[in-house]
Design a protein around this ligand. Sequence first.
Ligand code: ASP
Length: 582
Amino acid sequence: MYRTHNCEKLRINNIGEDVILSGWVQKIRNLGGMTFIDLRDRYGITQLVFDMNTNSDLCLKARKLGREYVIKINGKVVERSNKNMDMPTGEIEINISDIDILSKSSVPPFTIENNTDGGEELRMKYRYLDLRRQTVKNSIILRHKMAQEVRSYLNLNDFLEIETPVLIKSTPEGARDFVVPSRMNAGKFYALPQSPQLFKQLLMIGGFDKYYQIVKCFRDEDFRSDRQPEFTQIDCEMSFVEQDDVINMFEGLTKHLFDKILNIKFKEKFPHISYQDAVNLYGSDRPDIRFDMKINNITEIAKGNNFKVFDDSEYIGGICAKGLGNYSRKQLDKLTKWVRRPQIGAKGLVYVKCNNGNFKSSVNKFYSQTDLEKWAKKFDANSGDLLLILSGKKTEILFALGELRLEIANRLNLRNNNKYSPLWVVDFPLFEKDETGNLRAMHHPFTSPKTEDKQLLDTEPEKVKANAYDLVINGVEIGGGSIRIHNNEMQEKIFDLLGFSKEEAKAQFGFLMNAFKYGAPPHGGVAFGFDRWTALFNNSESIRDIIAFPKNNTGKDIMIDAPADIDKKQLNDLHLRTTVKF
Ligand code: ASP
């Protein structure tokens, strides 16, 4: 028998009991004639005590143990004289009568403590050791709880969990596919799903009505920011629904998770904001509304004063940085440099310091105090505030202002990690234009246009709005979905607008169009980024923290050394030749 209890279980009322525990040696301390060991398992830590005076053999044996040895002990629960009320088992310790070494351990390459001395690469290489650290372990446990709560809510609401295949044909979600060569079909490839989009639609046609799956998706993207080549979605689809039905169902899921995981109860409905308002007011289609600081458009009132930069601009707008009116010249110069960085892309920055009805600005030459007062009114500025204004091409400047807004919010500590502000972004355009001016699906090609906009498809397709929606929490896009097209006439029209010839559409999506011939119910759904959602609830900087075995930021698993070479024979079997020399 390895254990009667786990390392978190024993309390003061267990005193006098004979127990057996197994776990890892976290720490050994020798104090005078005594030796103390912290024994750790998944559940917690229990202190073991050895006394040189009463059992020197055993004490000497304990002193020879190393960190991360796996041991089994027999002993008696005793009251500690030196209690540690910070740990659940801190009132007791185990007086040991026997130790069994179950596994020795080499000295671990970093300390297995919350504040470890190991760098990220090292911890990734020894991820199984990193997973023993309490913070990492807790993140993985949180992920498990989230998954269980998702299942419990959806099961209660009659959803069926149905698996879809992993070896498929490409699904167009906008990224590159990972492909798998087929040995039995020379020269042919499967693609790994970027999402189960078409399968979930086919499940609706198959009559399943409400589907979900917590599912791996694969996208071969450049590893900008916090992405993983394989990630997990909570993927859902429903039949006989309109946009509000889907939103209500998944607002319910969101509230359920907030309640069960974070003990936060949202009573009110989440706000809805149109895509256009999100971009105009927050410079982003995933606005962080934990704080206000909206963007103000002053194009109309700021033009016509012979300030060429403004006069030549399509758009002039800015934000009000509350209380930053005391920014020094140096700080403003630095901020100007910041907005000029290529990632932000503004050409320059105009500021106005508001001080008891006096306005000091970088454009005082062109604008009178009355002009500047007008701006300040528009910005709702008070004495002590700082207006930060950018100008140029509308879309670019709104984006730059969105970034500046977040930067200023960071400086003002307005992005409080313990506050959550969910919202739905709705009324997305159906299309956007790509670099060459061609139409591209903003969500994906299976998204339906709003009924009232259908007549614009032939004339002004870029004005058509979609039945599409995103759930955004604290500036993070947690999920998105749409009501789908469910008839061939509309689907063909959209393919046509997206530049697919009839033959191309048939070759790629013939199976879907065929299925639409046999009675497709109106349907729609949504998918949530499970990793991002868990990371948000876990207050993690990176989704790597909440994935048991993540890849690094170049897409490699450095623990198992993947991706890796394969041998010639394997290549031959797969009918492949590589251009890379072995
Ligand atoms: N398949 C979509 C995505 O991965 C989500 C959806 O439309 O349900 O973004």
